[in-house]
Design a protein around this ligand. Structure first.
Ligand SMILES: C[S@@+](CC[C@H](N)C(=O)[O-])C[C@H]1O[C@@H](n2cnc3c(N)ncnc32)[C@H](O)[C@@H]1O
Length: 266
């Protein structure tokens, strides 16, 4: 089962493996730090939504130990289905459509998943109701409004591609600035102890973030050009700039929001 709106659903497996591995390497340290801050520990029940290659799932499994449990869900479990950890349960499901168990988890974590869902409200409601009273919600999503190339011959074509990325998501009824909505969404859920952290890489070609965006561009070239905001030659220059140490750019911002379900429901 796949979600028709997930833009990487038709990726070549080997290439997608490289892209997801780079995402993990770049963003896991901050995600692990956030989960450590809220106190993930032995005996906890944890949910990993949109587990991808599963590095956060495996890390959480080491934290919660044999008395705890990790449930990892993804619409495509290809990369994690051979996981052989005794305290990990893998479930193939669409988080916007299939209901999770109620009041079960001590922590639910999702990174770069809800952005892709037109039905994100159903997904977040599903995740929220699966938390125990007092449980923690940690969601990390992008805000593409900050993507801007600066002071380099390729900055104009790169910025046309940045515009195409925004346009592609808009045309799919997906909010390219979704990350910035998280704090308000947490407030509307009734979350307590809300904390917001942002990460905006300012990096050059050759950096890991440049490589991640290059791999996205390679897969999504036709979609970018199809928006009418850029030409194929612009995408080619965007891809070349990702390897050029002189090409500096602000990339998308990751907005991480942490909040806690009240112990007594209002
Ligand atoms: C960009 S990847 C991020 C993977 C991982 N969270 C990370 O940050 O390394 C998005 C993941 O969400 C999954 N996904 C997309 N739509 C989903 C849905 N409706 N329900 C569950 N998982 C979904 C994809 O299959 C993919 O593994």
């Amino acid at each position: 089962m796949t979600s028709p709106q997930y833009v990487f659903q038709d990726s070549d497996r080997d290439r997608e493996k490289v892209r997801l591995s780079a995402i993990q390497d770049e963003f896991d340290p901050d995600s692990r730090h956030r989960l450590s801050q809220i106190g993930i520990t032995a005996g906890w029940f944890a949910l990993e939504v949109g587990a991808g290659m599963g590095s956060m799932m495996s890390w959480m499994a080491t934290q919660v130990g044999n008395k705890g449990k990790v449930v990892a869900v993804d619409i495509d479990t290809h990369f994690i289905e051979n996981t052989n950890l005794p305290n990990v349960e893998i479930r193939r499901l669409d988080i916007a459509k299939e209901k999770l168990v109620i009041s079960y988890f001590d922590v639910c974590h999702a990174r770069y998943v809800l952005l892709h869902l037109r039905e994100w409200e159903k997904a977040i409601e599903n995740i929220w109701q699966s938390l125990k009273p007092g449980g923690w919600l940690v969601i990390e999503e992008p805000d593409f409004s900050t993507s801007t190339a600066v002071g380099h011959p390729a900055s104009k074509p790169v910025n046309r591609v940045n515009k195409a990325i925004i346009n592609m998501f808009n045309s799919m009824s997906i909010d390219p600035y979704f990350g910035r909505r998280l704090p308000e969404i947490f407030q509307q859920l009734g979350a307590e102890e809300i904390k917001v952290e942002t990460y905006l890489p300012f990096a050059n070609g050759g950096s890991r973030i440049a490589q991640i965006m290059k791999m996205s561009a390679q897969h999504l070239t036709d979609r970018y050009v199809g928006t009418g905001e850029c030409l194929l030659a612009d995408v080619e220059q965007y891809i070349a700039a990702a390897d050029d140490p002189l090409a500096w750019a602000y990339y998308y911002t990751t907005v991480a929001t942490i909040g806690r379900k009240p112990l007594i429901e209002p």
